[in-house]
Design a protein around this ligand. Structure first.
Ligand code: ADP
Ligand code: MG
Length: 230
Protein backbone atom coordinates (compact mmCIF):
# COMPACT_ATOMS: atom_id res chain seq x y z
CA UNK A 1 0.00 0.00 0.00
CA UNK A 2 1.40 3.38 -0.95
CA UNK A 3 -0.20 6.30 0.76
CA UNK A 4 0.32 10.00 0.50
CA UNK A 5 2.80 11.82 2.69
CA UNK A 6 1.02 14.49 4.67
CA UNK A 7 3.85 15.85 6.81
CA UNK A 8 7.57 16.09 6.08
CA UNK A 9 10.12 17.14 8.70
CA UNK A 10 13.53 18.00 7.25
CA UNK A 11 16.74 18.72 9.16
CA UNK A 12 14.70 20.22 11.96
CA UNK A 13 16.54 22.17 14.64
CA UNK A 14 15.27 24.24 17.54
CA UNK A 15 17.52 26.26 19.81
CA UNK A 16 16.44 28.09 22.93
CA UNK A 17 18.22 31.09 24.36
CA UNK A 18 19.16 30.46 28.00
CA UNK A 19 17.72 33.40 29.90
CA UNK A 20 19.84 36.54 29.43
CA UNK A 21 23.04 34.67 28.65
CA UNK A 22 24.37 34.10 25.15
CA UNK A 23 24.34 30.34 25.78
CA UNK A 24 22.15 28.39 23.40
CA UNK A 25 20.31 25.23 24.32
CA UNK A 26 19.82 23.02 21.25
CA UNK A 27 16.75 20.94 22.00
CA UNK A 28 16.04 19.47 18.54
CA UNK A 29 19.27 18.67 16.75
CA UNK A 30 18.48 18.04 13.10
CA UNK A 31 15.83 15.40 12.61
CA UNK A 32 14.03 14.02 9.57
CA UNK A 33 10.90 11.96 9.20
CA UNK A 34 7.61 11.73 7.32
CA UNK A 35 4.05 10.90 8.21
CA UNK A 36 1.75 9.18 5.74
CA UNK A 37 -1.95 9.70 5.47
CA UNK A 38 -3.79 7.55 7.99
CA UNK A 39 -0.62 6.63 9.87
CA UNK A 40 -0.56 6.35 13.67
CA UNK A 41 2.78 7.43 15.07
CA UNK A 42 4.01 7.36 18.66
CA UNK A 43 6.74 9.71 19.91
CA UNK A 44 8.47 8.59 23.07
CA UNK A 45 11.37 10.02 25.05
CA UNK A 46 12.25 10.98 28.61
CA UNK A 47 10.97 14.18 30.13
CA UNK A 48 12.83 17.16 28.66
CA UNK A 49 13.86 15.31 25.49
CA UNK A 50 11.97 17.77 23.28
CA UNK A 51 8.72 15.91 22.55
CA UNK A 52 6.42 18.89 23.14
CA UNK A 53 8.80 21.19 21.26
CA UNK A 54 8.69 18.81 18.28
CA UNK A 55 4.90 18.57 18.38
CA UNK A 56 4.56 22.37 18.44
CA UNK A 57 6.92 22.66 15.46
CA UNK A 58 4.91 20.04 13.58
CA UNK A 59 1.71 21.99 14.19
CA UNK A 60 3.21 25.34 13.21
CA UNK A 61 2.84 26.74 16.72
CA UNK A 62 6.58 27.33 16.94
CA UNK A 63 9.32 28.10 14.41
CA UNK A 64 12.45 26.05 13.88
CA UNK A 65 15.91 27.60 14.17
CA UNK A 66 16.80 25.62 11.04
CA UNK A 67 15.11 23.11 8.76
CA UNK A 68 11.47 22.85 7.81
CA UNK A 69 8.08 21.31 8.43
CA UNK A 70 5.84 20.89 5.39
CA UNK A 71 2.19 20.01 5.97
CA UNK A 72 0.15 19.06 2.92
CA UNK A 73 2.56 20.83 0.59
CA UNK A 74 2.90 24.05 2.58
CA UNK A 75 5.88 24.99 4.69
CA UNK A 76 4.82 26.68 7.93
CA UNK A 77 7.57 29.27 7.76
CA UNK A 78 6.40 30.46 4.33
CA UNK A 79 2.94 31.37 5.65
CA UNK A 80 2.05 34.70 7.26
CA UNK A 81 0.23 34.53 10.62
CA UNK A 82 -3.27 34.65 9.08
CA UNK A 83 -2.50 31.97 6.48
CA UNK A 84 -0.83 29.91 9.13
CA UNK A 85 -3.82 30.01 11.49
CA UNK A 86 -6.17 29.13 8.63
CA UNK A 87 -3.97 26.21 7.49
CA UNK A 88 -3.71 24.96 11.07
CA UNK A 89 -7.48 25.17 11.65
CA UNK A 90 -8.13 23.32 8.43
CA UNK A 91 -5.64 20.49 8.85
CA UNK A 92 -4.57 20.05 12.47
CA UNK A 93 -6.27 19.09 15.71
CA UNK A 94 -4.53 19.27 19.08
CA UNK A 95 -5.17 17.26 22.23
CA UNK A 96 -3.24 17.94 25.42
CA UNK A 97 -2.80 16.12 28.70
CA UNK A 98 -5.17 18.55 30.38
CA UNK A 99 -8.32 18.90 28.36
CA UNK A 100 -8.36 22.75 28.03
CA UNK A 101 -12.12 22.77 27.58
CA UNK A 102 -13.91 26.02 28.34
CA UNK A 103 -15.54 25.50 31.75
CA UNK A 104 -18.62 27.62 31.16
CA UNK A 105 -19.56 25.87 27.91
CA UNK A 106 -21.28 22.51 27.46
CA UNK A 107 -19.65 19.52 25.77
CA UNK A 108 -21.57 20.32 22.59
CA UNK A 109 -20.63 24.01 22.67
CA UNK A 110 -16.98 23.16 23.22
CA UNK A 111 -16.99 20.91 20.16
CA UNK A 112 -18.88 23.53 18.10
CA UNK A 113 -16.44 26.33 18.91
CA UNK A 114 -13.81 25.57 16.23
CA UNK A 115 -16.59 25.64 13.61
CA UNK A 116 -18.03 28.89 14.95
CA UNK A 117 -14.58 30.45 14.84
CA UNK A 118 -14.20 29.27 11.23
CA UNK A 119 -17.65 30.73 10.43
CA UNK A 120 -19.77 27.67 9.71
CA UNK A 121 -22.10 27.06 12.61
CA UNK A 122 -24.83 25.07 10.84
CA UNK A 123 -22.78 22.17 9.56
CA UNK A 124 -20.62 22.17 12.64
CA UNK A 125 -23.42 21.61 15.17
CA UNK A 126 -24.68 18.52 13.38
CA UNK A 127 -21.16 17.21 12.98
CA UNK A 128 -20.29 18.03 16.60
CA UNK A 129 -23.24 15.90 17.73
CA UNK A 130 -22.11 13.09 15.45
CA UNK A 131 -18.58 13.26 16.86
CA UNK A 132 -19.80 13.30 20.44
CA UNK A 133 -21.86 10.22 19.64
CA UNK A 134 -18.76 8.57 18.14
CA UNK A 135 -16.82 9.20 21.35
CA UNK A 136 -19.69 7.72 23.37
CA UNK A 137 -21.13 10.95 24.75
CA UNK A 138 -24.45 11.23 22.92
CA UNK A 139 -26.12 11.37 26.34
CA UNK A 140 -23.82 14.11 27.66
CA UNK A 141 -24.20 16.89 25.07
CA UNK A 142 -25.32 19.53 27.54
CA UNK A 143 -23.03 18.66 30.44
CA UNK A 144 -20.44 21.19 31.52
CA UNK A 145 -16.83 19.95 31.82
CA UNK A 146 -17.26 20.00 35.62
CA UNK A 147 -20.16 17.56 35.23
CA UNK A 148 -18.05 15.01 33.30
CA UNK A 149 -15.47 12.45 34.44
CA UNK A 150 -11.80 12.85 33.47
CA UNK A 151 -12.11 10.29 30.69
CA UNK A 152 -15.27 11.92 29.39
CA UNK A 153 -13.62 15.34 29.34
CA UNK A 154 -10.72 13.90 27.34
CA UNK A 155 -13.25 12.38 24.93
CA UNK A 156 -14.80 15.81 24.45
CA UNK A 157 -11.31 17.23 23.81
CA UNK A 158 -10.76 14.55 21.16
CA UNK A 159 -14.14 15.28 19.55
CA UNK A 160 -13.23 18.99 19.52
CA UNK A 161 -9.86 18.22 17.88
CA UNK A 162 -11.75 16.36 15.13
CA UNK A 163 -14.38 19.05 14.61
CA UNK A 164 -12.76 20.64 11.55
CA UNK A 165 -12.06 17.26 9.92
CA UNK A 166 -8.29 17.62 10.25
CA UNK A 167 -5.73 15.56 8.32
CA UNK A 168 -3.56 15.16 11.40
CA UNK A 169 -4.23 15.13 15.13
CA UNK A 170 -1.28 15.94 17.40
CA UNK A 171 -1.64 14.68 20.96
CA UNK A 172 0.69 15.52 23.82
CA UNK A 173 0.33 12.80 26.46
CA UNK A 174 -3.45 12.59 25.95
CA UNK A 175 -3.86 9.80 28.49
CA UNK A 176 -1.20 11.02 30.93
CA UNK A 177 -3.81 12.27 33.35
CA UNK A 178 -6.12 9.24 33.19
CA UNK A 179 -6.25 5.97 35.10
CA UNK A 180 -5.07 2.91 33.10
CA UNK A 181 -8.56 1.63 32.33
CA UNK A 182 -9.80 5.02 31.09
CA UNK A 183 -6.55 5.50 29.16
CA UNK A 184 -7.18 2.20 27.40
CA UNK A 185 -10.70 3.16 26.45
CA UNK A 186 -9.45 6.49 25.06
CA UNK A 187 -6.81 4.62 23.05
CA UNK A 188 -9.42 2.22 21.69
CA UNK A 189 -11.46 5.21 20.68
CA UNK A 190 -8.50 6.71 18.78
CA UNK A 191 -7.95 3.42 16.97
CA UNK A 192 -11.61 3.29 15.96
CA UNK A 193 -11.61 6.91 14.78
CA UNK A 194 -8.45 6.31 12.78
CA UNK A 195 -10.07 3.36 11.05
CA UNK A 196 -13.32 5.20 10.54
CA UNK A 197 -12.06 8.61 9.38
CA UNK A 198 -8.56 7.83 8.03
CA UNK A 199 -7.04 10.64 10.08
CA UNK A 200 -3.33 10.47 10.96
CA UNK A 201 -2.44 10.59 14.63
CA UNK A 202 0.75 11.49 16.43
CA UNK A 203 0.69 10.56 20.09
CA UNK A 204 3.41 11.68 22.49
CA UNK A 205 3.32 9.14 25.28
CA UNK A 206 5.23 7.64 28.18
CA UNK A 207 3.07 4.55 27.98
CA UNK A 208 4.68 1.64 26.09
CA UNK A 209 1.28 -0.07 25.93
CA UNK A 210 0.00 2.80 23.80
CA UNK A 211 3.11 3.05 21.64
CA UNK A 212 2.95 -0.68 20.92
CA UNK A 213 -0.52 -0.44 19.44
CA UNK A 214 0.31 2.32 16.96
CA UNK A 215 1.88 1.78 13.51
CA UNK A 216 5.32 3.19 14.27
CA UNK A 217 7.28 4.64 17.15
CA UNK A 218 10.00 7.23 16.97
CA UNK A 219 12.08 7.94 20.04
CA UNK A 220 13.70 11.25 20.85
CA UNK A 221 17.04 10.81 22.56
CA UNK A 222 19.04 13.89 23.38
CA UNK A 223 17.50 15.87 20.51
CA UNK A 224 17.96 13.27 17.77
CA UNK A 225 15.92 10.27 16.71
CA UNK A 226 16.86 7.06 18.48
CA UNK A 227 16.72 3.62 16.91
CA UNK A 228 13.54 2.88 15.04
CA UNK A 229 11.23 0.75 17.16
CA UNK A 230 8.60 -0.33 14.67
P1 ADP B 1 9.36 17.13 26.71
O1 ADP B 1 8.01 17.49 26.16
O2 ADP B 1 10.01 15.98 26.01
O3 ADP B 1 9.32 16.88 28.18
P2 ADP B 1 10.05 19.86 26.00
O4 ADP B 1 9.94 19.89 24.52
O5 ADP B 1 8.96 20.48 26.76
O6 ADP B 1 10.35 18.37 26.48
O7 ADP B 1 11.40 20.60 26.42
C1 ADP B 1 12.67 20.19 25.93
C2 ADP B 1 13.75 21.05 26.52
O8 ADP B 1 13.63 22.38 26.06
C3 ADP B 1 13.71 21.12 28.05
O9 ADP B 1 15.01 21.02 28.53
C4 ADP B 1 13.11 22.47 28.32
O10 ADP B 1 13.59 23.02 29.52
C5 ADP B 1 13.56 23.30 27.14
N1 ADP B 1 12.58 24.33 26.80
C6 ADP B 1 11.29 24.11 26.41
N2 ADP B 1 10.66 25.28 26.15
C7 ADP B 1 11.58 26.26 26.38
C8 ADP B 1 11.55 27.71 26.29
N3 ADP B 1 10.45 28.35 25.87
N4 ADP B 1 12.68 28.38 26.59
C9 ADP B 1 13.80 27.73 26.97
N5 ADP B 1 13.90 26.39 27.08
C10 ADP B 1 12.81 25.66 26.78
MG1 MG C 1 6.16 17.59 27.04
Amino acid sequence: MTSKTILTVTNLQRDYQQGDSSEVLRVIKGIDFEIKQGEKLAIIGVSGSGKSTLLNLMGGLDDPTQGSVVLKGKQWSNLDPTQRAAWRNKHIGFVYQFHHLLDEFSALENVCLPGLIAGDSKQSEAYAKELLAKVGLAERLHHLPSELSGGERQRVAIARALARKPSLVLMDEPTGNLDPKTAESVLNLLMALNKDLGISFVVVTHDPQIAMQLDRTISLVDGVLGPNLD
